[in-house]
Design a protein around this ligand. Structure first.
Ligand SMILES: NC(=O)c1ccc[n+]([C@@H]2O[C@H](COP(=O)([O-])OP(=O)(O)OC[C@H]3O[C@@H](n4cnc5c(N)ncnc54)[C@H](OP(=O)(O)O)[C@@H]3O)[C@@H](O)[C@H]2O)c1
Length: 187
């Protein structure tokens, strides 16, 4: 069965971006050289993300002029962008635009991932849609020593302790890496 992981950086106050969809607060936190992200990415077969996240990457990396920058971050892993719009996709990138319920696309996502896991990059509501569909298996948070008063929520669902089981927690530089297994007690 395909393993689906929502892996994101978040503030202490539970936001993955500020109210202007900026990550400036994140990039000023010292990133340790020996972090676990490379190992995480090795196990990923396919990515999914929402439109706002994709548009952020597109603008931040200047993908219109430099599509090769996508490969530097994600290699050629198949990526599914959930959107109701006809967003630009540079030639040569393995990106598919999809819309509608998670279950309408999960078969394609799982097939694209092969033996690897699926990385739900964000945002929080898309991760929530995977949870609602019973498809979210794990949440990995890199908790930054930052608070914000508002922004994009890390996971705007009510999920209580019977459904989330802490499997590991450790420090990586200034970040706390917290991993949770998602259980579905009501399914
Ligand atoms: N801290 C981190 O590590 C991290 C990680 C990921 C993202 N981020 C940031 O966090 C913010 C996330 O933004 P966000 O919460 O607004 O979420 P998002 O998931 O990136 O984008 C939400 C949008 O995706 C589209 N969408 C979502 N589900 C859909 C569905 N089932 N079918 C069709 N379209 C669907 C809709 O846009 P349309 O209808 O307009 O297409 C929706 O408004 C961004 O600024 C991103 O850069 C931070």
């Amino acid at each position: 069965m395909t393993h689906v992981i929502y892996n994101t950086a978040t503030t202490l106050s539970g936001y993955i971006a500020d109210a202007d969809n900026s990550l400036d607060w994140l990039f000023v936190v010292d990133q340790p050289e020996d972090n676990s992200f490379g190992e995480f990415l090795e196990g990923i077969g396919a990515l999914v993300m929402g439109a706002t996240t994709y548009e952020w990457v597109y603008a931040h990396e200047g993908l219109g002029e430099h599509p090769e920058k996508w490969h530097a971050s994600y290699a050629d892993r198949p990526t599914f962008v959930f959107t109701t719009r006809d967003l630009p996709v540079p030639d040569g990138l393995n990106i598919t635009l999809v819309r509608g319920p998670v279950d309408d696309h999960f078969g394609d996502v799982a097939a694209a991932a092969g033996t690897g896991s699926v990385w739900v990059v964000g945002g929080g509501d898309l991760a929530g849609q995977f949870y609602d569909a019973g498809r979210l298996n794990e949440i990995r948070l890199s908790i930054a020593p930052v608070t914000l008063e508002s922004g994009a929520p890390v996971l705007p669902r009510r999920i209580e302790a019977d459904a989330l089981h802490l499997t590991s927690a450790h420090a990586e530089g200034q970040f706390v890496e917290a991993h949770y297994e998602v259980r579905y007690p009501r399914l």
